[in-house]
Design a binder for this molecule. Structure first.
Ligand code: ADP
Ligand code: MG
Length: 339
């Protein structure tokens, strides 16, 4: 069963372009100039019920706009979408009860009130049965380890605690679809882990459909098997997470710890030295050359410890965009040089 379907979904914002100078601003009264921002361009994808998909891309790529469209907060310029059979921007009450949107950079809870008061409000809004409500609050506050904090004004909580309360509020009415926009942004490592662990457990248990945007590849690697990558409003990749790694991760990170304090000068022959903290050093080595590089190094030097790991996914994805940018620049360069 398909839970979320976007078909050539497009959102163009018209932003007023401010003109310089007095004359221009007077002229602007009569003749307004607009600039078009193509935030989302013909975006298409399908997400099955119970899938947890990462939605990745650099800042300004169109992620939040897509999630706002799927939540019915804004209307598309063109294209269509259905979530659980509903057209989001028709804003039917029956749809509202079946999804939740959580934005890491926005508060949905009442700042001055304890979280439990906001929960109570959700109970009324969504007409949640009192017994169900109690059970869910208990379960969720236990899972997220914030049970003894629900009576404290939200503004007194740490960012991580607040975010966990936001998640609880979003899940009280048992939505089938959860749209998460940077739920771990700015969180400390421990809170980030708690949120990850919770999402993994709860999603599996409830068979939630989740679309997750995050800057943190740790979230993605921990939670998602599939990634949709967006850049400049367009989908650039949709497939298994490993595929991105395979396709773009041509190198491995070899970390060495030498027995002596100084690091040999000829390491650059084996790979790119990118992190040097004697006696430890990290080398970026072509994946295919890792075995021979390792045996050469081990026979030549006294090495106390060695590890081989994949490069961080965020680095790989960042490179992917640089690669497409370069290709575009090259192409336009070629066109430009035609006499
Ligand atoms: N309300 C808005 N008005 C005008 N432009 C907007 C608005 N919201 C977003 N944009 C622009 O649309 C593009 C996509 O933004 P957004 O969806 O927030 O990206 P992301 O969440 O991937 O960082 C950006 O260029 C952004 O500046
Ligand atoms: Mg965003």
């Amino acid at each position: 069963m398909i839970a979320i379907e976007a078909d050539k979904l497009t959102k163009i914002y018209r932003v007023y372009r401010k003109r310089e100078g007095l004359f221009a601003s007077v002229a602007g009264l009569f003749h307004r100039e607009f600039k078009e921002v193509h935030a989302v361009q013909e975006v298409s994808f399908r997400i099955d019920q119970g899938e947890m998909v990462a939605f990745l891309g650099p800042n300004g790529a169109g992620k939040t706009t897509t999630l706002k469209l799927l939540s019915g907060l804004i209307f598309p310029t063109a294209g269509s979408a259905t979530v659980l059979g509903h057209i989001p921007w028709e804003r039917e009450d029956s749809y509202r009860r079946r999804f939740s949107l959580v934005m890491g950079q926005k508060n949905q809870l009442w700042w001055d009130l304890p979280a439990q008061e906001s929960f109570q409000l959700h109970k009324e809004i969504y007409r949640i049965d009192p017994a169900d409500f109690r059970r869910r609050v208990d379960e969720l506050t236990d899972l997220l380890q914030v049970r003894d904090l629900v009576g404290q004004p939200v503004r007194e909580l740490s960012l991580g605690e607040r975010m966990r309360m936001e998640l609880i509020a979003a899940l009280l009415h048992r939505p089938d679809v959860l749209l998460l926009d940077e739920p771990t942004i700015g969180l400390d490592v421990i809170s980030q882990r708690r949120v990850q662990d919770f999402l993994r457990y709860y999603q599996g248990q409830q068979k939630l459909t989740v679309l997750l945007t995050s800057h943190y590849m740790k979230d993605v690697e921990a939670l998602c098997k599939r990634a949709v990558i967006i850049n400049e409003g367009e989908i650039k990749h949709d497939g298994p997470l490993e595929e991105i790694v395979d396709r773009f991760s041509t190198h491995k990170v070899v970390e060495l710890q030498f027995a002596q304090a100084e690091i040999p000068a000829d390491l650059a022959d084996f790979g790119e030295v990118f992190d040097e903290k004697p006696p430890r050093v990290k080398l970026k080595v072509l994946r295919a050359q890792v075995p021979e590089v390792l045996s050469a190094l081990l026979s030549r030097y006294a090495i106390e410890d060695v590890s081989v790991s994949d490069r961080p996914l965020e680095e790989v994805i960042a490179e992917m965009f640089v690669a497409t940018k370069d290709a575009e620049t090259e192409m336009s360069g070629t066109v430009g040089s035609v006499p």
